[in-house]
Design a protein around this ligand. Sequence first.
Ligand code: ADP
Ligand code: MG
Length: 593
Amino acid sequence: MAEWAAMSIRRLPAHLVDRIAAGEVVERPASVVKELVENSLDAGARRVEVRIEGDGTGRLQVIDDGGGMSPAEMRLAIERHATSKLPGEDLLEISWFGFRGEALPAIASVSRFTLESRPAGAETGWRLLLDSGELQFDGPAAVPPGTRVTIEQLFGRVPARAKFLKAPRTEIAAVADVVRRLAMAHPGVSFLLLHDGRRLVDVPAEAEDGVAGLANRVRALLPAGADAVPVDFLREDLRIGGLAGLPAASRATSEQQYLFVNGRPVKDRQLVGALRGAYSGRLAAGRHALAVLFVELPMDAVDVNVHPAKTEVRFREPARIRGSLITAIRHALDAAGLRPAEAVSGLLEAALRSSLPATIAAAPPPLPAAPPIPHFAEVAQEWVPLARVSTAPVALPPDAARYPLGAARAQVANTYIVAEADGALILVDQHAAHERLVLEAMRGRAGGRVQTQPLLIAETVTLDRLSCERLEEAIELLLDLGLELERFGPDSMLVRSVPAVLGLPPLAPLLQDIADELGDGQGAQTLADRLEHVAATIACHGSVRAGRSLDIAEMNALLRQMEQVPASGTCNHGRPTFLKLTRADLERLFHRR
Ligand code: ADP
Ligand code: MG
C-alpha cells in the first residue's frame, strides 16, 4: 500500500479478467460498506467514517482521508475491471483488498452513486454522479482531500434484490460487524460508524504500532468482560497470534469469532472448523468460543481469490494450517491451566453483583506457581484412578499455603469439595473436575495407546445391532483409547479390557453411549475429532459422580491431581471445575472493606 502514490489505474487484460472469479459483490448494505471501506484502506486512509441511515438502503456514505483520485482516475474507476491494484500478473501475490476492479461499477449500477475525490496536493476536487450506472454529472466540486462515496436508493430500481434484505436491525448489525472486523485488522486507522447519528463503532487510531496497538484495538472492540488468553504460535513461516476465549466464556453464536489471514478478515470454513476442533471436548455442543486470531503466512502459501467477497481463502497446505491452529489454541488454553479462569471472577461478579461494588471484575492475581509440574505424559503414567485412591500415598494433611488448590476441609452435598488455600476459599465440583482429569489422561497418550486394564473375565454386553456395528467399525480407534472390544454375535460385544484410568465402570451404558456418539459423529468429522468425542464420553463414565461421598484423603488426592493437569480449570463441557474466593473477595462479601 506504500506504493500507492506511484501507481495509476489501468484496464485489466482480458485473460486476467476471465481468471478472476466472477460473482456478485453487492448483496446488501454491509457488502457495499465492506467494498468501500476496503478501498479507503487500500488508498492509505488514516481516518474512515461510515454514515448510514435507516436500514442502509436510503443513504450510506464512506468518507476517507486517503490518497484520492484525479478526475481521469475517477472516470476509469467506475468502468468495469479497471483497477490500480494488480502490479504483476500473478494472482497469488495479491496483497491488496481490491484487485478485481468491479466493486464500484457494480454498486453504481444498482444505486444513485456519487463519487467525490481530491488527491493530496490538488487544488480542487471532482465529482461524478451516476444513476443506475448512467453518468449524470461530471465536474468540479469543493471537497477536502480524500474520497467520499455516497450511495442513495440502493436497490431502488431492483426490487427483486431488495426483497432479500433482512430486518433493518439485522442489516445494520451486519454493517457494524464488517466495520468492526476491518477496524480490528487496522489499529493505526481511526474508524467511526454512525447509524442515524448513533456511534456504533468509534475507535481512535492507536498510537502504538505492532502488537501493543493491535491489543488495544482488539480490547476496544470486544464486548466488555470477554475472558480470553493470549495465543502466540510460531513455526517456520507460519505465525498465529491473538486471543482464545476461555471455554467458560463461550457464546451461543459464532459472531465473536474474528479470523484474519494476512491481515484480511475472513470467515473461512476450514479455519472455523479448525477452531471448533481446538475446542472439541471443552465446549458443550452448540456453544462457540470467542476468538481473535491472526494467521500470518507467506503470500504464496494462500490464495485469496476463491470467493467474490474474499471471505474464503485456499491454503496450499490446509492440513498444516489446521493442525497448527489447533495446537496454538490448545497450548494457550493449557497454559492458562490452573489459573482460575478470569471467567471465574466473571461468574462471581454476576453472582454477587447485588452485594458488591463492581471491583471484583478485575482479573484475579494468578495463583502462586504449583510445586514443579512434571510433563503431563509422565503424570499420566502414574495415574491413580480415584476409585483406588485411598490406598495411594497422599500427603495428609497438606499445607494449605503450599498448594494452589490448598487443603480439603469438607464436602458439601456429596458433590462439592471445600478447600482452604492460603486464606482463600476453594470450591470444587468433584464430578466436573474428575471428568476433566480422566479426559486429559486419555489425551496424554502422546501418540501411543492409553494404558489398558485387562478384565479378568471378558464380559459380554448386549446391545442393538446397529450399535454393535458402529462399535465394530471403530474397534481400532477404541483400542487407541484403551478399550478392547470384539464383536460377539449379532447383538453383543465382548469387552476384553478397559482404559486403566476408568476403574471398573458399568460396561453396558458405557458402550451404548460410545455407540451413540459414534453414530452422531458420522460423516464430516475427522478422526481426531471422533477420538476426542469418544474420549470425552468415556471420561464421563469414568468420573466420580456427583453424590458420592469422599473422605479427606480422596478429596486431597483429587486436588493434587488437578494441580498437575493443564486445562483442569474447566470441565469438558466448558463449565468451571472450581471457583476461588480470595480473602479479599470474602472481606468484600462481608463488607469488611
Ligand atoms: P478494486 O478495489 O478491485 O480495484 P473498485 O471498483 O473497488 O476495484 O475500485 C476501482 C479503483 O478505484 C481502485 O482500484 C482505486 O484505484 C480507485 N478507488 C476506489 N475507491 C477509492 C478510494 N476511496 N480512494 C482512492 N481510490 C479509490
Ligand atoms: Mg475495491
